[in-house]
Design a binder for this molecule. Structure first.
Ligand SMILES: Nc1ncnc2c1ncn2[C@@H]1O[C@H](COP(=O)(O)OP(=O)(O)O)[C@@H](O)[C@H]1O
Ligand SMILES: [Mg+2]
Length: 384
């Protein structure tokens, strides 16, 4: 196929849309983006920005009618419009039926169960009150993890309930209640699929948590795991994308348990935060791979060029307003330090403003340099 002048639409105009549009422009693809404001990260780099609401049927439908292939950079979009567009011949990737399923963590868990894909044990509940009743009757026991079926994002909508003392944390929503997994490591494997059914996996990434803040601090590739576990993790992610039958990327979040089992936590059918290092460290970036997948092109090699550690660049606490990056010059001077700024005009505490991928000979060297970058590079607001 000739990619020139193929029109690809993206629902969402954030940083994932920006990095996707940059990759698409390499192949002269015409990119269209839909989101609330052209001042968002994708605005300056796509061919056409349409201001609108990706949750609104009319906006998504009208937007989709103008493109050849429609994709997403966020799951929370109007799937009814996508179903309609698909019925009218627009190529929509991921497929709207799969996206509907993935948007609901309850349906997602049932899907794994039905397809024999390993995941933690779970039960579904209508509300927080129903969970309290189930605790009283002994149907469920402490500890457990409660997840809102539809309201989750970046840790919001997840409550870890270890004992009665944590009950005030219980969410009122319709939810999944899962066993609390004893986690050895959290891994992510990004896989891709095209319409021909070709599939490929990127090497697993390991999420390293800051023990004090309990937040993901480093995403390390390759993961520090046995080769057999690496192979099993990649195979599980490949089986998962084949089961969903989606085209483009599927990011598969996995738990490696203390007793060495792999469990699927959740998936995202789009480019993912845990794949940003691929831009600098792999033969093919996750964004190029997504494009290949949705255009039914041969998938690219996922081979690693070098070890990498990725850190998110978050807004400093106590800084709100027009953004400024302190320590930029000092950090770009360092070998293997690749800075990606998303172009958001305003910073807020912990807002994702960019990321840095550090390339090095080995993980220890990359982590040491990443720590230095964390110390020097700060997202602050311009002093008023
Ligand atoms: N069943 C579980 N057992 C233990 N920890 C869990 C479980 N489910 C989630 N977590 C922890 O909570 C985090 C967020 O959960 P996740 O379902 O990935 O929600 P989000 O949509 O916010 O990413 C996970 O990365 C993991 O650290
Ligand atoms: Mg998650």
């Amino acid at each position: 196929m000739n990619t020139t002048r193929t029109k690809v639409g993206i629902l969402g105009g954030g940083q994932l849309g920006k990095m996707f549009a940059l990759a698409a422009h390499n192949w002269d693809v015409e990119t269209w983006a839909l989101d609330a404001s052209r001042s968002f990260p994708t605005g300056p780099v796509c061919s056409h920005f349409v201001e609108g609401n990706f949750n609104n049927f009319e906006d998504v439908y009208a937007f989709g009618k103008q493109v050849d292939v429609l994709t997403i950079e966020i799951e929370h979009v109007n799937t009814e419009a996508l179903t309609q567009l698909e019925a009218e011949g627009v190529k929509v990737h991921p497929a709207p039926a799969a996206l509907k399923l993935i948007k609901d963590k309850g349906l997602q868990k049932q899907f794994y169960q039905k397809h024999g894909l390993p995941t933690s044990d779970f039960q579904l509940f209508e509300s927080g009150e129903a969970i309290e009743a189930a605790l009283r009757s002994g149907q469920i026991k402490y500890p457990f993890v409660q997840k809102s079926r539809t309201a989750g994002y970046d840790g919001k909508g997840v409550a870890v309930i270890k004992s009665e003392a944590d009950l005030p944390l219980l969410l009122p929503d319709a939810s999944v209640v899962e066993e609390l997994v004893v986690i050895e490591k959290e891994l992510a494997v990004i896989v891709a699929r095209n319409e021909n059914g070709e599939v490929r996996a990127f090497p697993a990434v390991e999420m390293e948590f800051n023990p004090v803040a309990n937040l993901v601090e480093f995403l390390v590739c390759p993961a520090d795991i046995e080769p057999a576990i690496e192979l099993a993790a990649e195979q599980l992610a490949l089986d998962t994308v084949s089961a969903f039958g989606v085209c483009g990327l599927l990011a598969v979040e996995l738990f490696l348990t203390k007793d060495n089992r792999l469990l699927i936590n959740e998936v995202a059918p789009r480019p993912h935060n845990s794949g940003h290092h691929t831009i600098d460290s792999c033969y093919t970036s996750q964004f190029e791979q997504h494009l290949r997948g949705i255009l039914n092109l041969p998938l690219g090699s996922t081979k690693m060029k070098t070890v990498s550690v990725m850190v998110n660049l978050l807004g400093e606490p106590n800084h709100v307003g027009p953004v400024q990056y302190d320590g930029f010059e000092e950090c770009v001077a360092m070998e293997g330090v690749k800075i990606h700024l998303y172009g958001k005009a305003e910073t807020k505490p912990y807002r994702k403003m960019g990321h840095v991928t550090v390339l090095a000979e080995n993980a220890e060297a990359a982590k040491a340099k990443a720590r230095l970058v964390q110390k020097k590079l700060k997202v602050v607001s311009i002093p008023l």
